[in-house]
Structures are given as C-alpha cells and as structure tokens.
Write a protein that binds this ligand. Sequence first.
Ligand code: ADP
Ligand code: ZN
Ligand code: ZN
Length: 720
Amino acid sequence: MPDHKRVVQVAVPRPLHSVYDYHIDGDQALPAVGARLRVPFGRSEVIGICINTAVETPHAKTKAIVAILDDDAAIAEELLDLAQWMSSYYHYPLGEVLGTILPSAARKGADFTIKPEPPPDVWCLGDLTVVSPRAKTQQAVIEHMQQASSAQTGDALIEAGFNRAMLRKLEESGALKRQVPDAEQALDTALAPTPEQDHAISQINAAQGFDVFALEGVTGSGKTEVYLQSMAPVLNAGKQVLVLVPEIALTPQTLARFQNRFGHTGMLHSALTDQQRLQTWLRCRAGELRILIGTRSAVFTPFAALGLIIVDEEHDSSYKQQEGLRYSARDLTVKRAQSLDIPLLLGSATPSLETVYNVQRGRYRHLTLLERAGGALMPSYHTIDLRGQTLRGGLSATLIRVIRSHLNEAGQVLVYLNRRGFAPTLLCKACGWQSVCPDCDAKLTLHRQPEQLICHHCNLRFGLPQNCERCGHDDLLPVGMGTQRAEEALGERFPGIPLYRIDRDTTRSNIQLNQQLTQIQRGKPCIMVGTQMLAKGHHFPAVTLVAVINADAGFLSPDFRAPERTAQLIVQVAGRAGRAERPGQVWVQSYQPENPLLQRLIEQGYPGFAQAELTSRLDAGLPPAQPMAMLRAEAFDAPMARDFLLQCKTQLAGSSSESGVQILGPVPAPMARLAKRSRFQLVILAANRPQLHRTLAGLGQPKAHANLRWSIDVDPYDAM
Ligand code: ADP
Ligand code: ZN
Ligand code: ZN
C-alpha cells in the first residue's frame, strides 16, 4: 500500500451533489483532467469526468475507479471551464452539465476514433447524354437538379422524394457526380458587397480578439453575404467557424449557401444518429472540419482552432433550451468567444432586447444594414380595422379585395395565422359551454380531416361530440380561426388558385415541405396559409402580399416578452414580401389598429419599437434591466406545488437580506394546469447578477416530495 492514496475528483451525471472522490488503484497512471472515467456509483457503474487530480484532503473512504476511458481529456479545458461556469450560472449540477455538453455516444463511453469520411453526399450534374429519355425516374432526378440549378445534398434529394438506389445508378452511369469539396469544382464566388455590407465586413474582419458585433439588417439585406465574407479570411488563416442557426432554419437551402461558397461543411441537428453526431464532433475537435453549422446544442462543440462564431437570427427562441439545463446557446457563444478571445457576430432583422440593450451600453458593436440587397424595396404596411366588419372565415372584405388584386397582378400571397387546426374552440350556442381539455387549463382545438378535438398542450385527442356535454343541445359552433379554416375560406373565395397550407400538421415530413416550397419557388400566383413556420428564413421572391389575420393576441398577453415576440414575428413574416423586383405590401387585420405598440411598429419600424419597449422594460425593472430567475414547481396536488415554492421563498428571503431582491409569488403559472399537474411559479428579480446568484445559491437543496417536479430557470424566456 502506498502511503498516500491517490485521489481524483469525478463529476458524475447525477442530480444533487454530483462531484465525488475516487482513488486510483495500484500503479495505474493518473487520468488527465477532462478524461472520462468509469466509476462505481450506488449499486451500478456510471461514466463521469475527471475534474481534479490533485485532491489535497481526501475522504477516508473512497471507492476505486473501474477504468480510465481516455488517454487525454475528452472535454478540453476551455469547455470544462464553460461547464463550471454554467453549473454556477444556471444552478445546475456539474455532472449533469457535463452530461449535456457531451454528445450522447461519448457520454455512453464510445471510443473516439475518427472513421474514414463517407464520400461527399453533395450531387451535381454530369454527362446527361447517358440517360435514356425513357428512364422516367432518372429523368425526374435530373429535371429536379436542373430546376434547382445548384448542387444538392443527398438528404435534400431524398427529401424531395428520390432514393439512394437511384442516385447510385445515376452515379454509375455518370449522369450525376459527387461534388468534391475542394479543388476543381467551381465554388460560388462572393457577391460584390453593397456599401453597407462592405462596412460591416471590414469592421468584423478588423476585429482583434474578442468583440461582439450586433448585425442588425432588415429582412433581405444580405446578412448571409456578410457572414460568408467575414468567414473567408478566418478560414484562409486556417481557423474554424461555428455558425448557429435556429432549429427550423437548418434547411438544405441554408446549408447549400455555405457549402457552395466554401465546400465541405459540417452540420449538427437533431435528426442525426448518435454516431453521426459524435463523428462530426470529433472532426471539429481534430480541426478536420473547417465550418460547422448547427442548432442550439452545437454551441458545445470542441474546436481545434475556432476563429469566429456567428449566430443567425439571434433573437430566435429555439436558442433557449426549455427543459433540463435551461441554457441560452446565444448567451453561451458570448462566453465562449470571450474565453477563446475571438469575434462573435449576432445577426438579426429583429434583435432581442437583450442585444439592443448591450449595444446601448456599449458592450456590443452595432452594425446596420438598412437597405435590401439587390435593390428590393421594403414592404409598406397597412392596417384593417375589424370592428363592425362581417368576416368570412376570418377574412374581411377589404382583405379579400387586396388579395384578389395581388393575384390578378400575378403576385403570390402569404396569409399568416398563429394557430393551426380549424378553430381554437367549439362553443354551444344554447348554453355557452366550450370544449376544454380535461387535463389542462386550455381549450380543445377543432381539427378537420380527420375531425377531432385536440389539446395543443398535452396532445389529448377526442372524437367530435354531436351534442353539448353540458346541456345536450346539438348546435355546436366552431369559434375563432385556425389555418385549416383560413384555407377553407380562401379556397371558396379563390377557386382555381393553388393553395398551400404550411403548418406543423401539413409538414410532418420535410419531404412535403420541400415539395411545397419547390412549387412555390416556381413563382406562379398562389396563396400560402401558415403559422410561424412561414416566417423564418424562407426566401419567396414572388410574394408581393403578406396578410396578418390577427395581430391582437400577442400585444395583449400578460407575458412581458409577448410584445417583443409579436413584433419580431410580424416583421419577420412581413419580410417575406417584396424580396425581388416587385415591392411588397403587408396588411394587418386588428380589432384595435390604434394599439400604440402596433402603431409604433408600423410607423417607426422594429428599431423604434424596440427602443420604446426597452424603455418600458427599464422603467418596470424587468429584464434586460434587472436579471430574473424563475422557480417553477408542478404536482398533481396543487397545494404540494404551492407549498414547496412558499418554502423556497422563505429560504431565499432568509439568505438574501439585501435590498434590491424581489421575490414575487408563488402564483399559478399562466397555464395553471398542464397534463393533470398544477403549476406554480416564483419570480426572483435582483438589482444585478451577483445579487441574483447569491440569492439563488441560498436555496441550497430544498427538500421535495418524489411526486413534485421543480426547476430553476435563469433568464427565463417565457413565463409559461
Ligand atoms: P437576409 O438574411 O438579410 O434576409 P439574404 O442573405 O437572404 O438576406 O439576402 C437576400 C437576397 O439578396 C439574396 O437573394 C441574396 O443572394 C441577395 N444579395 C445579398 N447580398 C447581395 C449583394 N451584395 N448583391 C446582390 N445581391 C445580394
Ligand atoms: Zn350547451
Ligand atoms: Zn391538454
């Protein structure tokens, strides 16, 4: 026995205390800090991360580690530091933070060998004379490629309805070629930047070390071109670039823009297998992949030489994880850029108020693109007062007239609505009963084809009742507007005009969405009806009219972020209009068109709106003026959840005698009951971050019943 037991500290993926001491048996070498270790835990074994190899005062009784899985760190120091920081910032156990940032295959102990890269899965046209005109399906692939007029990823072709066997056949015959990322293949050349783009690009390229640029560019101003041209010198210097995009924006089209400019690009999103994720992760870590485009969790990717981070649509809610470790990927990019001492570019047409605030305080540098690239004009706004109007399927006579005139002039029309389904509720005309979810505080939405009542919160489904559940009357009336109803009404009003409904129900698969988008891109007059899926990223050059069916709900919601979110949505949907030669119009229906928030948005645009909204947040002491955290609890038994938060409140108040800390609640959550559980929340506002964190730290490990779920959310995104 050696005199000194050699003891290391290991973070294990378990809640509560997640850091434990273990010793190393015999003459085994010490593991590296950041290496994965298999250790006994309770009655089983888990994989943890070694976080300290020099434990000064070890426990008397420690268990021996079972195995060291890595010779070097699996998590490099930079990310280990980030994890430590997240653990204290989000008040989340270190072992579980590390579990979140590792790809799941790595978490399960997979070994870290990089497999030979599969042949490039990007296709371009080869020798077309070899394809017989009678080979219909092969011809279809070729036609599709010709129409797209750019290289296509294999995934995009599969989504467009073709299959691998066909691609292989066409490759064998030489009609299709794999696009080899580097050499001979002609890559897209950079566009000549507009003066505004040029200014932005040169500012970013002149950055020395850490600097955050907030690129505020109106929709269609060519932010992507700024991204691409800021990346070029970084890549030329042999460094890597991380690009974060919102969940919904990672379409083949987005990827293609980067791939066509720079060649090989890695991609991380939720549809990959664990092994694919791990391989991409390893390639970035080894410096093999120069560009990585990914959604939220790609922020945790290790890089050999990261030189620039770009966050597209930085205001997007998908950057905030809403369960488990509730981190903001956008905020974490600031942290990473800072510790790596590299520039960060946050782009949006509608920046978050957090970003606007940071620009004002001089923390971020402001770059603006006020004009659309390629000479397109910004759309004009018009409101329609719904008071006293008879609506047919939610559409006013004025709106019908406007739609008709745009279709007559060969324009495409986009109708935006925030609710899928047919109607948000079913009402009994005799007694006023409404269809409600038995398990939630929510109405059941009426859907057609098939006819069903669906709870959009817990997903319970019911057949359509013939009679009122309360009085038995059979006169049940759908109330309110959903996308299906708008589709029906528009179909009746505009027979013969192609109509595409784009929401979560019609686009369960990307294939459908891509087929619809391909049709729409052809530019023939048509009407699109859809939810916010339509608002993000898509480029519809032939759309000349965007109609917002109802702008009111968002401006009246009690959630303090609702006006910001609503304005962003309206501006983003409106941004789909008039992106080409023909100027666009935006028509907004409202029961209170004089609403000052809506008026300001229309008259002063997003910057004016954001300024006013920020001022009112500052006046009210809300984020971003004061940091906020939310404690949530839910249980089948309402008092259990409320009492838990009351106990937390006492604890928090005891730990923080400081003035400037406000603890509000507990109050029922906006959705007070969800899937049979009663939900409560406690809001904590502090004068500054250190104060907020001191207060939260005072919570310790509150005792909670096994049936109670609770969480801490630092910088909560929505109040739900
Ligand atoms: P944003 O992301 O800001 O909404 P995009 O990057 O999608 O805008 O660009 C809108 C359109 O303008 C695209 O079709 C793009 O090719 C075009 N574009 C961008 N920059 C230029 C430029 N410098 N010259 C000509 N066209 C441009
Ligand atoms: Zn009734
Ligand atoms: Zn429900």
